[in-house]
Unconditional design. Structure first.
Length: 207
């Protein structure tokens, strides 16, 4: 019974913390207000989470784990059956998958992207970009290894870093503007039509 009560109190603190952080951001959030919302003493909050940063990270961690898992799955997805270049529809599918992830975790991502300044979780954004870069590098290496005569040109780390940042910042902007799923899908269609085929020109050295 005691363990059940502890779990209930912990859940109330997490929900109260989520509400406070969403409303005021990490820096503006007040631990007394969180304790009051959770219906417990401030000292009890500190029994579960040693400080405000620990509470914020506890709320954000499940979303972070899901995000990095999705990046790892994306890194593994390479063309099959001799189709070395991802088709337009495959590229579009990758971005649509990102939109679905955003929809499923919108509130948590708002916390991480827009409300985390001042917390240790704020550092995740650079880690996320680096992780997304690995998807690009893995795909580029796959093309160069399988079609060296066609796609042997070296693509600079500078380019990959900035294109990864661009795509990541696109998702950030979706959150900032609170776009609907359909609005995001419409923008992705525009982006994919513009970007499709660009990697081919870079890898083949075309001018």
């Amino acid at each position: 019974m005691a363990q059940v009560l502890k779990a209930t109190v912990r859940e109330r603190i997490l929900e109260a913390g989520r509400k406070e952080f969403l409303e005021h951001g990490f820096q503006g959030a007040n631990m007394r207000a969180i304790a009051r919302e959770a219906g417990c003493a401030l000292s009890n909050v500190y029994n579960y989470y040693e400080n405000k940063d620990a509470l914020f990270c506890a709320i954000a961690t499940p979303c972070l784990e899901a995000f990095f898992h999705s990046i790892e799955e994306a890194r593994k997805r390479l063309p099959t059956q001799g189709e070395y270049l991802l088709s337009f529809e495959e590229r579009r599918m990758h971005f649509m998958t990102a939109i679905e992830f955003l929809e499923a975790h919108r509130e948590d991502l708002v916390l991480l992207v827009l409300k985390s300044e001042g917390s240790t979780a704020h550092q995740w954004q650079e880690a996320a970009i680096t992780a997304y870069e690995s998807v690009w590098f893995n795909y580029i290496e796959f093309l160069r290894r399988n079609r060296p005569l066609e796609y042997g040109q070296v693509i600079s780390e500078f380019f990959v870093h900035n294109i990864a940042r661009f795509y990541f910042n696109t998702l950030v902007q979706f959150l900032k503007e609170d776009l609907t799923r359909e609005q995001m899908r419409g923008y992705v269609d525009e982006l994919m039509r513009y970007a499709h085929g660009g990697i081919t020109a870079l890898l083949s050295g075309a001018r």
